[in-house]
Ligand binder design. Structure first.
Ligand SMILES: *[C@@H]1O[C@H](CO)[C@@H](O)[C@H](O)[C@H]1NC(C)=O
Ligand SMILES: *[C@@H]1O[C@H](CO)[C@@H](O)[C@H](O)[C@H]1NC(C)=O
Ligand SMILES: *[C@@H]1O[C@H](CO)[C@@H](O)[C@H](O)[C@H]1NC(C)=O
Length: 443
């Protein structure tokens, strides 16, 4: 049993312990319980409303189960009230300033959990109630209670949840018994943190609800999922596997490894998804954005495989088949935009060292006029111009292998963007847009 600080404080308060003996306490016990009825509110004026003061002491939130929609709280509810029947004068009873009575022998407020997974009334028969001479009663039942919580998983794993613990007076209507939360809403001094969920201790709020003719007190807890674990074990690995997909286009088509490489990556992704499936939220309303992200990762791998196979067909196509203008323009695009620099480097060297041979060769098959200069004076501009000229009329040189290489180059660049930029945008959006849902009514 958990002892609240206030109860401990009261125990240490008794200054007259020395003067009391067993008879004195036994006498007081019998006097107090004479004609005491445990099921009648202990008020001399039965038309008055009985007020129960509540203080919640939260020790921990050990289990948050989004699949069942359940949250466990280790909590103690300190209830205080005035019992008109439990008053005595200490000097008449050997200076006794407090007495503990079993809760089954006295009246205690019937407080039940309003949103339980399993019907729970707080307080057990063996728990004790402390009474002070003026009738001030303190009863602090503690328990591990499991409450329902509707999880909003759209922004998983960056989600923030608002879960409640609601308490109500079982049986007694509002004009007989009412709950009151004075001072501190929830005492979290003894709270032990949960590794997966961070509780914002300063944002615990409560509200009264009288809609059902009874008093309901709802405590709201703001829980934020610690997403780093999921970032490192699910999101980044999926992104890394997606990055591997784009590397397939660096393998030479002739190696014959491409299709098997792509399929291996797809299999790796499938195995990985099987392993992590337990951690994924199983909800469709609304669908978590991260599930779309995972689908996107799978689609990238599938698209990579399809393009690889398509590209192998191009690579092995007979050069007698004419190349359509669409493919030609892809080749042109890669040669002009991406490869100009490399062509320069390739050709500057031979020209400067072996000017005459090169010049002759070029003239012989292109009929191109090259400015007659000494090799020492050959400027880069001349070389660039030569290349541009050669690109204007290379129709005959393009083979299906060139087309395949060009498609590779275009795909790898497109892949690098498509595989990463949307992922980064999705992750940033999910992390930034996530917020606590508004407090809801009775669940
Ligand atoms: C009992 O309480 C009611 C409501 O507070 C009050 O109107 C009434 O006067 C009280 N009766 C006595 C005898 O004090
Ligand atoms: C309950 O709290 C109120 C303040 O809201 C206080 O006046 C009253 O004495 C408290 N009752 C008990 C039993 O502590
Ligand atoms: C408390 O007990 C002692 C010893 O039995 C007795 O002398 C004393 O009168 C008792 N006090 C009261 C107030 O009953």
């Amino acid at each position: 049993m958990i002892l609240s600080p206030q109860v401990l404080f009261i125990f240490s308060l008794s200054p007259f312990v020395a003067c009391q003996n067993y008879e004195n306490v036994s006498n007081l016990h019998d006097t107090l319980l004479q004609n005491y009825k445990t099921d009648i509110r202990p008020l001399n004026n039965q038309s008055e409303i009985m007020i129960i003061n509540l203080t919640l002491i939260l020790f921990g939130i050990p289990d948050v189960d989004q699949v069942r929609g359940a949250v466990s709280y280790i909590a103690q509810l300190q209830t205080e009230w005035f019992d008109d029947r439990m008053t005595w004068t200490p000097s008449d009873h050997g200076g006794i300033t407090d007495i503990l009575l079993l809760s089954q022998d006295v009246w205690t407020p019937p407080i039940a959990i309003g949103n339980p997974i399993k019907m729970t009334k707080l307080g057990e028969k063996w728990m004790q109630v402390t009474y002070l001479p003026d009738g001030h009663a303190i009863f602090a039942p503690g328990d591990v209670v499991e409450c329902s919580c509707s999880f909003y998983l759209k922004f998983w794993p960056f989600d923030k949840q608002l879960c409640q613990l609601s308490l109500f007076t079982f049986g007694y209507p509002i004009n007989k018994l009412t709950l009151n939360v004075p001072g501190v809403i929830a005492n979290t001094r003894f709270y032990s943190p949960n590794g997966e969920w961070a509780l914002d201790k300063n944002s615990i709020t409560f509200s009264y609800d009288y809609t059902y003719g009874i008093t309901i007190v709802r405590y709201y807890f703001r829980l934020t999922r610690q997403s780093l674990f999921y970032l490192f074990t699910i999101i980044l690995p999926i992104n890394a596997i997606g990055a591997l997909t784009s590397l397939v286009f660096l393998l030479p088509s002739a190696s014959g490894e491409r299709a098997s490489y792509s399929i291996t990556i797809l299999l790796a992704l499938a195995v990985f998804l099987t392993v992590i499936s337990e951690d994924l939220p199983k909800t469709s309303d609304p669908i978590p954005i991260m599930c779309v992200f995972i689908l996107f990762g799978v689609m990238i791998s599938v698209a990579g495989l399809v393009i690889v196979i398509f590209n192998l067909i191009l690579y092995h196509r007979d050069d007698k088949i004419p190349i359509s203008s669409g493919y030609r323009s892809i080749v042109m695009l890669t040669r002009t935009k991406l490869c100009r620099k490399r062509n320069n480097q390739d050709e500057v060297q031979p020209i400067s060292y072996n000017f005459n041979d090169k010049e002759n060769k070029k003239n012989s098959y292109k009929g191109n006029t090259i400015s007659r200069r000494n090799d020492k004076n050959l400027s880069p501009e001349v070389v660039v111009q030569n290349n541009d000229n050669s690109l204007d009329q290379p129709e005959a040189e393009i083979t299906w292998k060139d087309v395949s290489v060009a498609v590779d180059r275009v795909t790898i660049i497109v892949m690098l963007f498509v595989a990463h930029i949307p992922s980064v945008i999705i992750i940033i959006y999910v992390a930034a847009a996530s917020d606590f849902p508004p407090p809801t009514g009775f669940e």
